[in-house]
Design a binder for this molecule. Structure first.
Ligand code: RRO
Length: 313
């Protein structure tokens, strides 16, 4: 199966991307993964100024996933452009810069700074961080604000512009429609679900901010349902995210209608798992006689076949 696709002028050699915030700036574990073999590296969210993030504890494991409240810790756009981006180019990665901000002007500033540099293949705009007071979810749960940010940034770049949506809304399709109407090339679905966990002996929350972003295998069915909803709402490409632990999970997102898939929490277990999923995806393509990935995307068969369902097919 040919895994290559071009979306809004950006060529992705394969559909497996790293999810923002789970792979640093793509340079932290060269001994485990050759980033040129990934579809793209999506960077940790970059803001105008460096940010130390939230106080610890900022990460906790749960029965079937992970809670985080990193609070947008990042090096800021200047250090990113001076130090991280050149190294990513050197490593021959396809680079999608994830941008976070607390105002339309700040999103615009960071994007404009990136536009001055070679080596950025596209942008993912984070309007969905659950862990910071300004920006993040205050934009992401306001459909008008998401549309306004999309319109402003669309006017500033011809590169791939993907808006990363939160699942913590009643109707994610409305948000995707607002992005599409204002010229977004794609929507990334989904950021983390708001979650919480605690220790009963101490009666203390597991993370300092009490609630955080919940990710990992437990959210896969919920994320697939959100992608399915968005697929029905818009025609632009979808980048599926949420609980992908294996090639089979990634295939599920493609079949439901995502063109690209991001792997996040699984990288904490095996930073190289994105690359190893590719062989299994190709084998699946061969087994099903699928020559092009485009023939797989959105190929969900919703006809009722009770005998196959019973047999686990
Ligand atoms: O840094 C974070 O706490 C964070 C971000 Br920006 C995000 O978009 N999603 C998330 O789960 N955590």
């Amino acid at each position: 199966m040919n895994l290559q696709q071009t979306i809004a002028g950006t060529t992705f050699e394969n559909p497996i991307l790293t999810a923002s915030g789970t792979f640093g700036y793509g340079l932290e574990c060269p001994e485990f993964v050759d980033v040129s073999r990934l579809g793209a590296v999506v960077t940790k969210s970059i803001s105008r100024k460096p940010r130390p993030g939230n106080p610890p504890q900022r990460i906790a494991e749960t029965t079937a996933g992970m809670l985080n409240s990193i609070g947008l810790a990042n090096v800021g756009v200047d250090v990113f452009l001076d130090e991280k981006l050149p190294a990513l180019r050197e490593a021959k990665a396809t680079v999608i810069v994830n941008i976070a901000a607390s105002s339309v002007e700040e999103y615009a500033y960071v994007l404009e700074r990136c536009e001055e540099h070679d080596g950025v293949d596209g942008y993912e705009i984070n309007v969905s961080c659950p862990n910071v007071k300004d920006g993040g979810l205050s934009f992401g749960t306001n459909c008008h604000a998401v549309g306004e940010i999309t319109r402003d940034l669309r006017g500033r770049t011809k590169k791939l512009l993907a808006m990363k949506l939160t699942p913590n809304v009643t109707s994610i399709g409305d948000f995707a429609r607002a992005c599409e109407a204002e010229g977004a090339d794609a929507v990334s679905c989904v950021n983390t679900f708001v979650g919480m966990d605690l220790f009963v002996e101490s009666r203390r929350p597991k993370i300092a901010t009490i609630t955080g972003g919940y990710s990992g295998p437990a959210i896969l069915p919920m994320a697939l349902a959100k992608v399915h909803e968005v697929r029905k709402a818009v025609d632009i490409p979808i980048i599926g995210i949420g609980g992908v632990m294996s090639a089979v999970d990634a295939l599920k997102f493609l079949i439901v209608g995502a063109s690209l898939v991001q792997v996040g929490t699984a990288l904490f277990v095996d930073p190289g798992c994105g690359v190893t999923m590719l062989d299994e995806m190709r084998t699946y393509g061969e087994r099903h006689g699928i020559a092009e990935i485009s023939d797989l995307i959105g190929s969900l068969d919703t006809s009722l076949q009770p005998s196959l369902v019973a047999a686990g097919w």
